[in-house]
Design a protein around this ligand. Structure first.
Ligand code: NAI
Length: 271
């Protein structure tokens, strides 16, 4: 058997939770990881700022000699957190990293893979303002912040989280089938986890206001997910099994989404 060639995968948010589980598992398989995070990573960068995102890109490109076989955007924050900063990290820290690494991904000799981490909050959060998602997708930071100012407290955080993750899902669905992505041999997909027991979820559970809301979210399988299980799905989405996966948003949430909107799946569409 010919030796299996080592791949290089960049992971944002590699220091904790889902990203850290994924890093461990990929390295055990013999592939190389370039971790990007605020600390305990190969590339130290704050993705909430334009400067941090630029430096994350240039350092990652330096470390890969401009060739990358995979990218997973795990870095993210959830409520309670400043809603404007949350948009910057979850949306810009995802979309700008994916766009900025396009050329390196297109230079891979393999069919390269991108897995953007979205969330099931995209389909189970009510009343997420469409104009906020649109402003994100237009990279209009000022407008998105202005829209957020119409909300306060818990609502503004829940809305910012769901809008940032909805923009990620739309970005993936729009870009994936295009010549720029599918046509360059890059498979772009998203995963939408539900409640997964990580420091991010624990932060919500420990919060006076958000704790009860999270605890009352129905999870039909009976327990929160583990970061290891979500990492297994992401590994599948990085593997050859995903050569035929393009623009998919894979919901891995213990059944919450199916329970909350069982029939919300189009039978047909009108042209
Ligand atoms: P986590 O808190 O364990 O890990 C998130 C990582 O992102 C941390 O290492 C953190 O340092 C990094 N990060 C945060 N802000 C950053 C910044 N400004 N610059 C660079 N890195 C930054 O959380 P978890 O749960 O592993 O989250 C991973 C992804 O999964 C996030 O995008 C989250 O929104 C998403 N997700 C998590 C769910 C959950 O219930 N845990 C549910 C649905 C989606």
């Amino acid at each position: 058997m010919p030796p299996i060639e080592q791949k290089t995968i960049a992971i944002t948010g590699s220091a904790s939770g889902i990203g850290a589980s994924l890093r461990r598992s990929i390295e055990l398989n013999g592939d190389k990881v370039i971790g990007i995070d605020l600390k305990n990573a190969d590339v130290i960068a704050d993705l909430s700022t334009a400067y941090g995102r630029e430096s994350a890109l240039s350092e990652t490109l330096d470390r890969t000699n401009g060739i990358l076989d995979g990218l997973v955007t795990c870095a993210g924050v959830g409520p309670p957190f400043d809603p404007k900063e949350m948009l910057c990290i979850n949306w810009l820290g995802t979309a700008q990293l994916i766009n900025g690494l396009h050329e390196a991904l297109a230079s891979s000799k393999f069919t390269s893979k991108v897995v953007a981490v979205s969330s099931n909050s995209t389909t189970i959060t009510p009343n997420v303002p469409e104009d906020l998602v649109t402003a994100c997708l237009e990279f209009d930071e000022e407008k998105s912040h202005r829209i957020l100012e119409n909300y306060s407290g818990m609502a503004s955080m829940a809305i910012a989280y769901a809008a940032s993750k909805t923009a990620v899902a739309h970005f993936v669905r729009r870009a994936a089938p295009s010549d720029k992505w599918a046509g360059s041999g890059i498979r772009l997909n998203a995963i939408a986890p539900g409640a997964v027991l990580t420091p991010l979820l624990q932060g919500g559970l420990d919060d006076e206001e958000f704790g009860d809301a999270i605890r009352t979210l129905p999870v039909p399988v009976g327990e929160f997910g583990s970061p290891e299980v979500v990492a297994m799905w992401i590994e599948m989405m990085l593997s050859d099994a995903a050569d035929f996966l393009c623009g998919s948003v894979i919901v891995v949430d213990g059944g919450s989404d199916a329970l909350i909107r069982p029939d919300d799946w189009p039978k047909s569409f009108t042209v």
